[in-house]
Write a protein of this length. Sequence first.
Length: 655
Amino acid sequence: MVGQGASNFEFLKTYDAQLVRLGALAERYFVEDPNTALIKLRQFAELLAQQLAARMGLFTSSDEVFADLLQRLKAERAMPREAGDLFHQLRISGNQAAHAHRDDHAGALTGLKIARQLAIWFHTTFGNPKFKPGPFVPPSSPADASAELQAEIVRLNSALLESQTAADRARAEAEQHARDKETAQETAKREAEERALWEQLAHEAEAHKLELAAELSQLQKAAETAPAKVIAQLQEQAEEASRAIDLDEAATRAIIDQQLRNRGWTADSRTLTYASGVRPAKGQNMAIAEWPTSTGPADYALFVGTTLVGVVEAKRKRKNVSAALTQSERYSKGVKLGTEGVFAGGPWGEFKVPFLFATNGRPYLKQIETESGIWFRDARAATNHARPLSDWFTPEGLKAELDIDRAKADAALKTELFNFGFTLRPYQKAAIETIEGKLAEGRRAMLAAMATGTGKTKLAIAFLYRVLAANRFRRVCFVVDRSALGNQTRDEFTTTKVVGVRAFAEIFGLKGLEDITPDIDTRVHICTIQGLVKRVLYASDPADVPPIDQYDLMLIDECHRGYLLDREMSDAELGFRSQDDYVSKYRRVLEHFDAVKVGLTATPALHTVQIFGDPVFTYSYREAVIDGWLIDHEPPHRISTQLSDGGILHATPAH
């Protein structure tokens, strides 16, 4: 049990005694006032984030809004997303405690465990990479603790005892024996002394605020003068340390619950369970925990209204998550519904539920692909492969997925004629047919390399008209790298006649650069990569990040461009420190959306091929010249003169 000198946060005293005070106060308040414990944990997390910012050279002011600070730390890669999820969990639960005033001991215990993992991550990053913290020291059990909470604290105490040496156990038993022998007067005296100690601790915590700004400013100045490679090394250490974050099942579920809520699902795996009588209802989008199946309860069943659209297998962190999809498959085959809901069509072979998920709450990282992310499979076709997602689908996104039959659309495109209000050149038609063929094969990233001046915009208009008319995709994001190109593209979509006298924009809903978010009926949304970076990476709250299903096709024009080539962009548009920074943010934004990506380029760059793969179609400048579509920049006849051949010679004067 946590007592004087036994705080879970003692190892942070080398950084800031205030961190230890706030952590200890949260432990102290847990038994009598879990609400205050959650508020103290929020304060702890905010101070830890300020310490992180100062040590990375990113601190601005102690008055900066907590959510805004976390947004900057994420965008500048000072805070790995895994750590960011824990920061946000403590921020949100602290805010709720300040306003809802619920006596949530289970939530406070989860908060303590999450805060300790953040503390370990911080110390491993900035102090000791080989730090061995030992098990979590649980607080005392409240007098009115539920059976579940009592069982959890017993489990934590058992884990603690197993890790202790014989001497540690003997000392703990002696202390408990001494307390058992105390008289009522002695107990009252001891509790009064402890209360005075905690009051002094709280007073010190409040007084420390005056010193905080000066300490953080000093750290900031030191980071500002540090070589860039030192900060880069710290970022790598932070990333590496985040992979060791180890949450138990209860804490992992709390993270997953919040991720689902951020995407519009009603979720709370402690209270919204099948066993507690929760059932799907019209007008509500619910993630109901522990839904019965013939192979055991599904961790979550996802209902859009009363329609069951997905099942989820949730593992604790550090467990292989891609392999867990097989359990979701079993849930889908054996789910029990009765009259408590309806299926979303099907069955599809043995599968009764179309969308299968598995997660351990950890953000997707390519380096540990099978142990991170949200793994997803559309079970409606055997050819649909599992893939990792960076976030959850929204209820609206899953419902929209049900309305699209991609196999039917692919078959229709094979027989659809190329009849437009403008004439396609043979190579443009061939490029479209190649891309559509790759789509039918299930390819989700592809590159078309076509020489400058060969009409990539007209090709894009024809291609998008075909796939939207066939209902192959719901909504397209047309990505450009400069505002001028975005406005030019909008003009092309608005004026180019596609069917009779009707332009593309008259047939399908079109939104331009001035529109931050698409409407429900928007089919094509033109965006700059800079705008997408701002929306995806610089959102102050995870719930404000665009959902991964906002687009299901992204067409990236001039996708070879990089920071150093963007000379026409204004400073406001630029927003990138270097070529590496540009490529990093560019890639992170594209990978955020669960969309097919088609890149159009004249000259594939290395980062372009890394993202999209080798070109599936190429039409070179030389081919275009030979076919008569471009004029050769080399003149057909070369006139030679003595001057052009020999140049100007300077005679050396005789001595």
